[in-house]
Design a protein around this ligand. Structure first.
Ligand code: ATP
Length: 538
């Protein structure tokens, strides 16, 4: 099992990911990407954009697609008209339940506080913990011993009633020992907490000036549906794609970048005629999991989880999560990388007519106590007219919604490998490497002169300059060549090129492969083509 601590420490040590505002002690839920991390994440986003949007051929149906289709891009704003969030449902419904601790002043997400009934003598308390995975039971026992003033060797004097469970099943809050409390009954009842960050637009600052940072990029696409349709030649079916920052005031950000408060999404809204929507749903679900596989996520670590009917919103006839077995999760647990949802006409109709009630089937306007629409729509016509049949309808939508940070983290976890490789004397040495797919590797190749003399640095610098025009390259002439190889392995550089004595004579260089450790000679003049073809071929 790969340790998450090692990955986090490599990320910091080599400049992939730092905690935000580190010099001030960090800021929970916010992360900065360092020089290598920014390249890695850009490569993830660029691979997505190229594979889904710019490299998409609208004339030829991709494999498995019901028909040919258009894909276009969009970049909408982070702050939008507040009505957008009222009609999308986020204003009323986008919340988690939280509990507060009156003693420690800490706030927890309700579903993340778990615990167990622990008995000592005739006293019985519910010991809650916010620890994760394997640490939960350990934490419960440690705190129970402390609460009952027992020593570690007295652990067998405690008895447990039932297993670990969430607070849902516990109604006696006065007998609960909160995760960071040392007395009973300090947790509050669960309360709703909206996850949207609020901000104020304009100088007046009244309640009517309140706006929100978007919690998803998708709504920017829906509200621009008509603009795109009217300004381009696209016709149904077609997709609009967007990459951008989203913000959620997560109550308990955790697991490195997995649950952040500021993150990036890569979302597609795919508009299609209602009677074709099931086929398109299946197409996108399958295409998206293949995308992760094509970039190296493989085997049992990656899976698709189709939601059961009971889990679906009324407007959805299908939702599947693409999930990855992140190392910080328990054995057999998976975390969401992307959700692919059939959203019917819920979003476009809500922005047109007013907030629809997701609990009614067929969908109806949601009304307030006085019988008026709860949130008015734009009143704009967001229907589509089919040129061939003359039919007018509200398109159905398939939404593949991915997180750029979660994908980047999954690629990092999958790439992290520890093995042994012989050093320059042939002795096996432990090595850490990141086996990134070459498309994702932050640096594609490193150029080393074997020694800093005999004309080698000059040739190496010229080669570096030439390669740099094609892809990201690193130049290193410091320390023993074995050490230089290892430094590149650790950041996932797939190829290293060494200029040695033979280069000076016959104009060939040594090329070394990160994963197989194979080395072979290539003419200096062919290095760029060789590496380019290898990067493209994998
Ligand atoms: P979760 O259940 O894990 O909170 P979600 O179902 O709310 O996720 P969606 O609303 O479907 O997530 O968002 C689409 C994608 O955006 C997710 O699959 C994930 O990759 C990413 N994402 C959502 N919330 C976060 C977050 N707090 N930090 C990082 N990425 C996120």
């Amino acid at each position: 099992m790969i340790s998450m601590d090692k990955i986090v420490s490599l990320c910091k040590r080599r400049g992939f990911i730092f905690q935000s505002s580190d010099i001030y002690g960090g800021f929970g839920g916010f992360w900065d990407y360092g020089p290598l991390g920014v390249e890695l994440k850009r490569n993830v986003k660029e691979a997505w954009w190229r594979d889904m949007v710019s490299g998409h051929n609208e004339l030829v149906p991709p494999q498995g697609a019901p028909a040919a289709f258009d894909m276009v891009g969009l970049d909408s704003t982070i702050v939008m008209h507040p009505q957008v969030w009222k009609c999308s449902g986020h204003y009323d419904l986008f919340h988690d339940y939280m509990v507060d601790c009156r003693q420690s002043k800490k706030r927890y997400r309700h579903d993340q506080v778990r615990g167990r009934w622990v008995q000592f003598g005739d006293q019985k308390v519910f010991v809650a913990t916010a620890a994760e995975g394997d640490l939960e039971q350990e934490d419960v026992q440690r705190r129970a011993l402390k609460y009952f003033r027992l020593r570690a060797k007295d652990a067998d004097r405690l008895s447990y009633d039932g297993g670990l469970r969430t607070l849902d099943t516990v109604d006696e809050l006065n007998r609960v020992l909160g995760p960071d409390a040392n007395e009973l009954g300090t947790l509050t009842e669960p309360r709703e907490f909206n996850l949207m960050f609020k901000t104020t637009v304009g100088a007046l600052g009244g309640e009517e000036d309140t706006a929100f940072l978007r919690p998803e990029t998708a709504q920017g696409i829906f509200v621009n549906f008509k603009n795109v349709l009217d300004s381009t030649r696209v016709s149904l079916p077609f997709g609009i794609a967007q990459i951008g920052k989203s913000f959620r005031n997560e109550i308990t950000p955790r697991n490195f970048t997995f649950r952040s408060r500021e993150f990036e999404q890569m979302e597609i809204e795919f508009f299609c005629p209602p009677d074709q929507s099931q086929q398109w749903y299946r197409y996108w679900r399958d295409r998206r999991i293949h995308w992760y596989q094509s970039l190296g996520l493989a085997g049992d670590s990656l899976r698709m989880r189709e939601h059961a009917e009971a889990e679906l919103a009324h407007y959805s006839t299908g939702t599947a999560d693409i999930e990855y077995a992140f190392p910080f999760l328990d054995e057999g647990e998976y975390g969401e990388l992307e959700g692919v949802a059939h959203r019917g006409d819920f979003d476009l109709r809500s922005h047109m007519e007013g907030k629809l009630d997701p609990k009614t089937n067929p969908l109806r306007l949601e009304l307030d106590e006085t019988g008026k629409p709860r949130h008015r729509g734009s009143g704009r016509d967001l229907t589509y007219r089919d040129e061939a049949s003359g039919e007018r309808y509200v398109p159905h939508v398939i939404e593949p919604s991915a997180g750029a940070d979660r994908a980047t983290l999954a690629f990092l976890c999958q790439a992290f490998t520890e093995d042994e490789a012989p050093d320059e004397h042939g002795k096996p040495q432990a090595r850490t490497l990141l086996k990134f797919h070459p498309r994702l590797a932050p640096i594609k190749a490193a150029v080393f002169p074997l020694v800093k003399k005999d004309g080698m640095p000059e040739i190496a610098r010229d080669l570096y300059g030439e390669l740099k025009r094609n892809f990201a390259v690193f130049y290193d002439e410091k320390s023993a060549v074995g050490r230089r190889y290892r430094r590149q392995d650790e950041i996932g550089t797939p190829y290293c090129i060494t200029i040695d004595g033979q280069t000076v004579q016959d104009k060939t260089v040594t090329l070394r492969d990160r994963d197989s450790l194979q080395q072979w000679r290539v003419p200096l003049a062919e290095v760029a083509t060789e590496i380019k073809s290898r990067i493209a071929a994998v």
